[in-house]
Design a binder for this molecule. Structure first.
Ligand SMILES: Cc1cc2nc3c(=O)[nH]c(=O)nc-3n(C[C@H](O)[C@H](O)[C@H](O)COP(=O)(O)OP(=O)(O)OC[C@H]3O[C@@H](n4cnc5c(N)ncnc54)[C@H](O)[C@@H]3O)c2cc1C
Length: 296
């Protein structure tokens, strides 16, 4: 196995173009597990750790530009206000050691349906900036996941930056696991309120072949909140609306039975998490959240 150690982004892109089968390694918390278990024996490893720009982030007017290798710990420490859903999701990843190494670029690279960043990215609204020697392109997060552990990257492309909408309202993330740390999600749910556009976005993890949004549930809730004047009044969401939202979120799942849980349990748990995260975010909105710009 050859180890390629580019010193710059341009060198990394050139190396990937020359060796499209080279496996990029950032934190290595997925790659090294696969190599150690002999699930993967790549001819080339492409080490991205000398590339500073992948570890940088920038808070802009509307978006956060998150370098692919920014570790979860830094998201939790520095971007909690701008990316509350992703910060909460980061908090649930593994252990401090893994959170110090692993990042969102690696989570996207692996594209496991159980990856914790995905529901938060889907709910917040994100675009993945990928680049090759041919140029760069932006992939909307909804189009990024193409199958079980498959993503929209071409063989010569690398993930450079994830552009994530800054929170304009409360966000929550909920994860079911067999314990509180070092656990892969049995299933997970992310919810973001967007008072500026009076919309709600969701993300479901580990309950379908890919991370997905509960689009019907979103559409139902958007209409119910608008028709009932909830955004203006901030009144409590009626139990029947919350119940219907939960049922539709549950219906968006297409899970399997596996060692972590049954399909039936996953559907049920996603419904519960949808109802709870809606309750939590709406309570926040009724309090501090409603003073945000755009919320009447
Ligand atoms: C003990 C343990 C517990 C874990 N628990 C969790 C958990 O609770 N939740 C969770 O979501 N994950 C968990 N993971 C998985 C892992 O930590 C995450 O998926 C993490 O985000 C991977 O990031 P990384 O930088 O280490 O990726 P790496 O292992 O370096 O790479 C992962 C994949 O992404 C590709 N890649 C990396 N960077 C790029 C790039 N810039 N462009 C293109 N491709 C790239 C690699 O080639 C590889 O295919 C756990 C892992 C371990 C070992």
């Amino acid at each position: 196995m050859d180890f390629l150690r580019p010193a710059s982004w341009e060198e990394a892109l050139a190396a990937k173009a020359e060796h499209p089968t080279a496996v990029p390694i950032a934190g290595g918390t997925d790659v090294m597990v696969e190599i150690n278990f002999d699930h993967r024996r790549p001819e080339y490893l492409l080490d991205l750790n000398r590339i500073e720009l992948l570890r940088e982030w920038e808070v802009g007017e509307e978006n956060v530009r998150l370098g692919a290798s920014v570790p979860y710990t830094e998201i939790m420490e520095h971007l909690r206000a701008e990316l509350p859903g992703l910060a909460l999701a980061s908090h649930t990843v593994a252990s401090p050691q893994i959170r110090n190494r692993g990042g969102v670029g690696g989570n996207l690279g692996t594209a496991s349906p159980a990856g914790d960043a995905h529901p938060a990215l889907l709910a917040a609204g994100a675009e993945v900036e990928v680049e090759s020697v041919r140029g760069s392109r932006f992939i909307p997060i909804d189009a990024f996941y193409t199958g079980v552990k498959r993503n929209a990257l071409q063989p010569d492309e690398l993930i450079k930056t994830v552009h994530i909408k800054k929170a304009d309202g409360p966000q929550q993330y909920s994860k079911v696991g067999t314990r509180n740390a070092m656990v892969i999600a049995v299933c997970a749910f992310g919810l973001a309120l967007h008072p500026e556009t009076r919309t709600v976005r969701t993300g479901i993890g580990s309950a379908a072949p890919t991370p997905v949004r509960a689009k019907e549930a979103e559409e139902f809730l958007n209409a119910a909140l608008e028709e009932g004047g909830f955004w203006e009044s901030g009144k409590i969401i009626t139990p029947s609306i919350a119940k219907q939202f939960a049922e539709l979120a549950s219906g968006a799942c297409n899970p399997i039975d596996d060692v972590r849980g049954t399909a039936k349990y996953r559907r049920h748990a996603v419904g519960i998490m949808a109802r709870r995260t809606l309750g939590w975010t709406w309570e926040q909105y009724r309090g501090t959240g409603r003073t945000l710009e755009g919320a009447a």
